[in-house]
Design a protein around this ligand. Structure first.
Ligand SMILES: *Cc1c(COP(=O)(O)O)cnc(C)c1O
Length: 380
């Protein structure tokens, strides 16, 4: 089976993990802060907080931004459920902004309209979660301007987009947002098996997220001087969302090859564009101002009726195509909250015609030719 995504693990990765296994610390040792420093420097952010998944990072980011009961979190429907669920973990209400059919990211005009309406109804969001779908950067500058105007916080879900940039600004720099989150699940750009990270330039947000990832506990020198050096205080209710040193060592080693991974993805995406250009489908639209991380290569079929049969034919040919994403609000757990089909027409129209083709750094041109031939036959 040709997978739709696959991690790439080198001997150096294995050695890095084994070194930690032989060391004094399996968790809460030196590897986690070293991994945080590596990622923060690469994406030009001041602070990084590593956790056990992007889902955990989104949760503590929302808490640090003050999201709670009675607040609204807005995101897009064309994403993984985690981008919306983080709002519900905090007791907030969740709403969705439709996507642009060009970028497949949040539609800035729709966002503007929805904000103007929400302002009149006194229902402005506290947190907006834009998602860099497929690795293609969102126009964060435009969102930041709206955030200044309407007073909401911006939490970038960059689970697909470590290594991407727009106008020379790396995704994760948080120049136009409060917090950015990366995922290190094995299908993503770099992996730690499971893992995530929150980046920010705000020292208070960083400190709050550090505390929340470890039970809300603080060990500070003043109280230790008074009470004894064993002393610690739980200042608020936190979680155990810590990353282990074993996984952080894998992350550091993977970061050494981030640029190589991204250029391999670019090469394959360029080649797909050429090989697919005469087929009855739409290839991904490019943003001339941006460098995508090419987490996913998604095509949109002209003939919606045939998506299922084409999907099945490719799977039967041992090619693991996929579909990203079912609009989040169509999930039964969201329908229960009152969402109905038709709520975000662009996201729904996109969903019925989309197909994700295999793409990962170790994919050979021969593998890619197999995918293209099979797709061509399925469409014939
Ligand atoms: C993968 C993913 C997540 C969740 O990441 P985990 O590390 O698996 O928790 C969140 N948002 C998006 C857009 C994702 O693709």
């Amino acid at each position: 089976m040709l997978p739709y995504a696959r991690q790439e693990i080198s001997q150096a990765d294995i050695d890095a993990v084994v070194d930690v296994l032989r060391s004094d610390f399996l968790t809460q040792g030196p590897a986690v802060p070293a991994f945080e420093k590596t990622v923060a420097e690469k994406v030009r952010a001041k602070h990084a907080v590593a956790v056990n998944s992007a889902t955990s990072a989104l949760h503590i980011a929302c808490l640090a931004l003050g999201l709670g009961k009675g607040d609204w979190l807005w995101t897009v429907p064309n994403t993984f459920v985690a981008s919306a669920n983080c709002g519900r973990y905090c007791g907030a209400e969740v709403d969705f902004v439709d996507i642009s059919m060009e970028t497949l990211n949040i539609s800035i005009p729709h966002l503007q309209e929805k904000l103007a309406r929400a302002k009149k109804q006194d229902r402005l969001p506290k947190v907006l979660v834009p998602v860099h779908f497929a690795g293609q950067p969102v126009d964060q500058e435009a969102i930041w301007e709206l955030a200044r105007e309407y007073g909401f916080k911006v939490l970038e879900d960059a689970s697909h987009a470590i290594g991407a940039s727009r106008k020379g600004e790396p995704v994760g720099s948080c120049r136009w947002s409060d917090i950015t989150v990366f995922s290190f699940h094995p299908v993503k750009i770099i992996t730690t098996g499971e893992g995530g990270m929150a980046l920010t330039n705000d020292p208070d947000l960083a400190e709050r997220m550090r505390r929340l990832r470890s039970h809300g506990i603080v060990r500070d020198e003043d109280t230790q001087a008074r009470e004894g050096s064993w002393h610690y205080e739980q200042r608020e209710l936190g979680y155990n969302y810590r990353m282990t040193d074993i996984l952080a060592a894998l992350g550091i080693s993977q970061m050494n090859r981030l640029d190589t991974f991204i250029s391999a993805r670019h090469r394959l995406a360029d080649r797909f564009d050429t090989l697919l250009c005469d087929l009855p489908l739409k290839i991904p639209q490019r943003d001339p101002k941006a460098e995508s991380a090419w987490h996913l290569y998604v095509v949109q079929l002209n003939d919606v009726q045939r998506r299922r049969s084409i999907f099945n034919k490719l799977r039967a040919a041992n090619i693991s195509v996929n579909v990203h994403y079912i609009p989040v609000y169509l999930q039964p757990d969201y329908r229960r909250l009152g969402f109905e089909p038709g709520y975000c027409p662009a996201a729904e129209d996109y969903y019925v015609r989309t197909l994700t083709l295999p793409l990962y750094p170790a994919m050979s041109e021969a593998d890619q030719d197999i995918v293209v031939t099979a797709l061509r036959e399925a469409l014939a």
